[in-house]
Design a protein around this ligand. Structure first.
Ligand code: AMP
Length: 113
């Protein structure tokens, strides 16, 4: 897999506002936030996108959501929030290292654009 900006952040070669780190993922604030809270939760494992996920990675995807829940509590998102994984060109994915968006602090709309 090509070296992405997220891999550089994980490896400590690029700066980011990191809010959480553990043995399986790193979470940092999006540099172009679309809401008052916008955090990206990124697995250390270099999986390009959701479509590349192996069955054995099911626990990892679950872990990203547990981390999202904990960060949402820390961020005080008591009225709700949204988690999103953009997949592929039609899904709006721009960085080819799997990541979960945690977005909150304002009322979300549906359907998304
Ligand atoms: P996606 O379009 O789902 O692939 O999301 C990629 C996200 O990464 C976008 O919301 C970008 O604003 C964000 N992003 C790209 N580069 C950086 C960076 N260096 N630090 C933080 N967020 C970034």
């Amino acid at each position: 897999m090509a070296d992405t900006i997220f891999q550089k952040i994980i490896d400590g070669e690029a700066e980011a506002d990191i809010v959480h780190e553990d043995d399986r993922c790193v979470a940092f604030r999006d540099r172009n936030p679309v809401a008052p809270t916008h955090i990206l939760i990124v697995p250390r494992k270099p999986i390009p996108g959701l479509d590349d996920l192996a069955d054995e990675d099911a626990d990892l995807i679950g872990h990203l959501h547990v981390v999202a829940r904990d960060i949402a509590r820390e961020e005080g998102l008591r009225d709700g929030y949204r988690t999103v994984i953009n997949t592929g060109d039609d899904g709006g994915q721009t960085v080819w290292h799997l990541h979960l968006h945690l977005i909150g602090g304002r009322r979300m709309e549906w359907p998304p654009g």
